[in-house]
Design a protein around this ligand. Sequence first.
Ligand code: SAM
Length: 280
Amino acid sequence: MLVFDVGIIKCLCCILFAGGKSVVQIMINVRHDERKMKDTCHLYKDLAWLWPMWGDAATEYSHYCQHVSGLIRQYAKRPVATLLDIGCGGGKNVLNLNQDFDITGLDLSPTMLEQAKELNPDCVFVQGDMRTFRLGQAFDAVLMDDAISHMNCRADFVAAFNTAYAHLNPGGVMIATPDVTIETFQQNKTTTTPATQDGLDVVFVENVYDPDPADEQYETTILYLIRDHGCLRVETEHWTMGLFSLDTWRRVLRETGFEVHEGRYNAGEDEYTVFACVKI
Ligand SMILES: C[S@@+](CC[C@H](N)C(=O)[O-])C[C@H]1O[C@@H](n2cnc3c(N)ncnc32)[C@H](O)[C@@H]1O
């Protein structure tokens, strides 16, 4: 005869009926969580030296930055001299906006900030988290570009825009460009970017995948094929990124307090929505 401890039976009953989920469902969820890849941060730490090879700073970023400068001038309700680049990374955008504005760059990664400083020795760079930092200083313009994709839950997404708002002078403009929205996301899209420099051949293989369209996240998985004078080393990266609908972007930006303007930026094969948001 099987003898069960009363505590165990109570526990099983709780699990069986908890939240209307069956034991089988709970076990599936647990197994799914166990299978989930852990996020890494190689590109912004130990592999940051690869960042300058992934897209030429002087050429590939210049057209977008001209577009950004034009929007700032178009919508600003004040003279614009200063700009804060939030999530400035290795400073490629900074390099291309530097002739138009006095720039301060902010990033979480000290390694990326070192690169940004090397590329833009005359600019100011500070380390901080876009969800929480407060410099105690306001700017005429703010740029939120590709780093905003790292805000992978609604609370962080909202917090980052509150930070941008807090650092804008009245009449100033924040430019925000979503990498993807729910409307433009392409399931299982893989892009391959080869680069060569000083005896190094690198291939960046980037795959995006949304395992659960019901949540506001997707996965970016990157393979780095690094050949140093022909000798192969393979590294991998995994990020959980934020994926929001255009309507969510509009609503969050309006609720932050911005007057929101919306345009399109055409980058060859890809088209992006660009938000120009004025602090009234
Ligand atoms: C793709 S890189 C940005 C590259 C940049 N646009 C450039 O011009 O080189 C993304 C950056 O977001 C930064 N980042 C991620 N989470 C952040 C956070 N919570 N606060 C500030 N920066 C963050 C990373 O450290 C990384 O440098």
